[in-house]
Design a protein around this ligand. Structure first.
Ligand SMILES: Cc1cc2nc3c(=O)[nH]c(=O)nc-3n(C[C@H](O)[C@H](O)[C@H](O)COP(=O)(O)O)c2cc1C
Length: 253
């Protein structure tokens, strides 16, 4: 296929004169390789589950750092990279986090904060206010969103699309952990303000997710959940030739 001729090529000559650009480092696979890589990743990701029973087996810090490195390749609004991954394997600190999380979750589960609709939605997950895994898992990784930046003169600088950017980075972190055979839980013991105090983070950072990371306990159970089928999550609005037996995300996990 001939290359399309762009009437308005990118980058503009003005941008090129002003800012550095470089050739894209892109790998082009054969059609067969593309299918195999796509379905291979799908099969791998279908096995990803949120885990709530952790072994206390230690995990090399290097594995955590590598997963954070992967997460930090995420795209972000105006390339602000508004994320901070704070990690600890300190037993006393993990205990404090567990106790603080359980205090909030006790109010959620046993107090007034959780209404019946929320309670019903959580029923199949079998969760309650006990969060022992926060102490047992070898690592806690707290992902903070950087709501704004502080400039050289102490002024507030805007970060763009913070939630979207940090959400994407969180997904890539979860994927990276799963890829090396570690497990995690996307944990949000709300409200999570105690994490900013515990980890001594500045005013411009807000806790986004608390990830316990490690290996699953032997014989770990997870709730039996169905994922939506491809037809339920994908809408086609343009004419397209029928794909041959598309993989279905809702197929057995
Ligand atoms: C934003 C977000 C917050 C979540 N918060 C919690 C939580 O606080 N506690 C918990 O046990 N699971 C939490 N989960 C995990 C979900 O319950 C889980 O992803 C869902 O049940 C699907 O299960 P799976 O991850 O095994 O596919 C959260 C997930 C997301 C995406």
């Amino acid at each position: 296929m001939p290359d399309p001729i762009y009437e308005h090529p990118y980058p503009t000559s003005e941008a090129l004169a002003r800012y550095p650009f470089e050739p894209l480092d892109h790998v082009r696979y054969t059609d067969a390789e593309m299918r195999e890589r796509g379905t291979g990743l799908l099969a791998e990701m279908r096995r990803r589950r949120s885990v709530r029973m952790f072994s206390d087996e230690p995990v090399d810090r290097e594995l955590i750092d590598t997963a954070i490195g992967t997460a930090a390749t995420a795209p972000s609004g105006a390339h602000c990279q508004p994320w901070k991954f704070v990690i600890t394997n300190d037993a006393a600190q993990k205990r404090r986090v567990r106790l603080a999380a359980e205090a909030e979750e006790r109010t959620n589960y046993l107090g007034e904060r959780m209404n019946d609709e929320w309670r019903d939605a959580l029923g199949p997950l079998g969760t309650d206010h006990h969060k022992e895994f926060l102490e047992v898992a070898p690592w806690l990784v707290v992902l903070f969103e950087e709501r704004y930046r502080i400039g050289a003169d102490g002024e507030r600088l805007h970060n763009y699309y913070v939630k979207e950017s940090v959400g994407i980075a969180a997904g890539m972190f979860i994927t990276a952990l799963h890829h090396v055979g570690l497990v995690t839980l996307t944990h949000t013991p709300s409200p999570m303000a105690f994490l900013r105090t515990e980890f001594d983070r500045p005013e411009n950072e807000r806790p986004f997710v608390l990830f316990p990371v490690g290996y699953p306990m032997p014989d770990t159970l997870v709730p039996t959940l169905e994922r939506k089928a491809l037809d339920a999550v994908r809408v086609v609005t343009a004419d397209e030739p029928e794909a041959s037996t598309p993989p279905n995300p809702g197929d057995s996990q």
